[in-house]
Design a protein around this ligand. Structure first.
Ligand code: SAM
Length: 295
């Protein structure tokens, strides 16, 4: 077995060898604890026929663990300075491909088709750059990639919002957007001490397993997401107040909004945070005929 990258001594030696300086703007907080990395990979339940996609390999700490536990790792790294380092640190592993690209601009479908032919179980496993966690997760889900799910490290505060249940303070349009596509669960809370440099916020690992079909079937997805965002526009306001102020011409259409709420038996005085995803589905379908083509 090769020596692990993710120890404080080895990480420091690699950084010194290349004179690498961290870029805070790229969310560069590297993991220096092999046990944590192994536990993250455990949660992905990979086999020797799985493909693993990593976002932001850094100096290869997680990439190495993924290469040992999967058929192949495909990693997207935005920072060109890391490419020669990865070439060196991951030289013992044949089953990896590093793509120098911003994940938000990458054609991941194409990369999967090129790199993972014949592999039918694909998981995304990453220690995400914290400045851009939500756009990355949303892109991976909205692109409807052929993946089983995502296991990723992110800020604990965002993990709490993603996995939140109705009726809690963290529940909001982000919980619904992600739980629409996946079953979401926080699987680890991670201390700051396992990173170099240490981030300012607490971290957690979430596991998102894609549903076979979205949690609710709605007439129009875009309108459903609009209604959920509108319902949380001002958390202290009632559903009726938020909907009338956020929907197009909502004030003039107050009667139609009330009648849609009555039709699906949702009290207009409730707050958005009390509605389940199924209730949001019914509500959005009842409102939709009044707002077709108006978004
Ligand atoms: N995986 C490594 C680890 O766990 O030690 C590094 C994780 S570090 C939190 C985030 C990594 O994502 C950095 O290597 C950073 O350069 C990279 N990164 C930042 N923004 C990115 C983007 N938009 N696309 C791809 N990689 C990005």
């Amino acid at each position: 077995m090769n020596k692990d990258i993710a120890t404080p001594v080895r990480t420091k030696a690699i950084l010194d060898k290349y004179g690498f300086s961290f870029k805070k703007s790229l969310g560069q907080n590297f993991l220096i604890d092999t046990n944590i990395l192994k536990r993250i990979v455990d949660h992905a339940e990979l086999t020797e026929t799985s493909g693993a996609i990593e976002i932001g390999p850094g100096i290869g700490a997680l990439t190495e663990q993924l290469a040992r536990r999967s058929a192949k790792v495909l990693a997207f790294e935005i920072d060109q300075r890391l490419l020669p380092i990865l070439e060196d640190t991951l030289s013992p592993y044949e089953n990896k491909k590093i793509i120098n690209s911003d994940i938000l601009k990458a054609d991941v479908h194409k990369a999967i088709a090129e790199e993972f032919a014949g592999l039918d179980d694909i998981m995304v496993v990453a220690n995400l750059p914290y400045y851009v966690t939500t756009p990355i997760i949303m892109k991976l889900l909205e692109d409807k990639l052929p993946i089983r799910g995502i296991v990723c490290m992110l800020q604990k505060e965002v993990a709490d919002r993603i996995a939140a249940k109705p009726g809690t303070k963290d529940y909001g349009s982000l919980s619904i957007a992600i739980q629409y596509y996946t079953v979401a669960e926080t699987v680890m809370i991670v201390p700051k001490t396992v990173f170099m440099p240490q981030p300012n916020v607490d971290s957690a690992v979430i596991r998102l397993i894609k549903r076979a079909a979205p949690a609710v079937t709605v007439k129009n997805e875009e309108f459903f997401f609009f209604v959920t965002r509108a319902s949380f526009a001002q958390r202290r306001k009632t559903l009726l107040n938020n909907l009338t102020s956020q929907l197009p011409n909502g004030k003039e259409k107050k009667e139609q909004i009330i009648s849609a709420l009555e039709q699906v038996e949702i009290d207009p005085g409730r707050r958005g945070e009390t509605l389940s995803i199924e209730e949001f589905g019914k509500l959005s379908d009842a409102l939709y005929p009044h707002f077709v083509g108006q978004l």
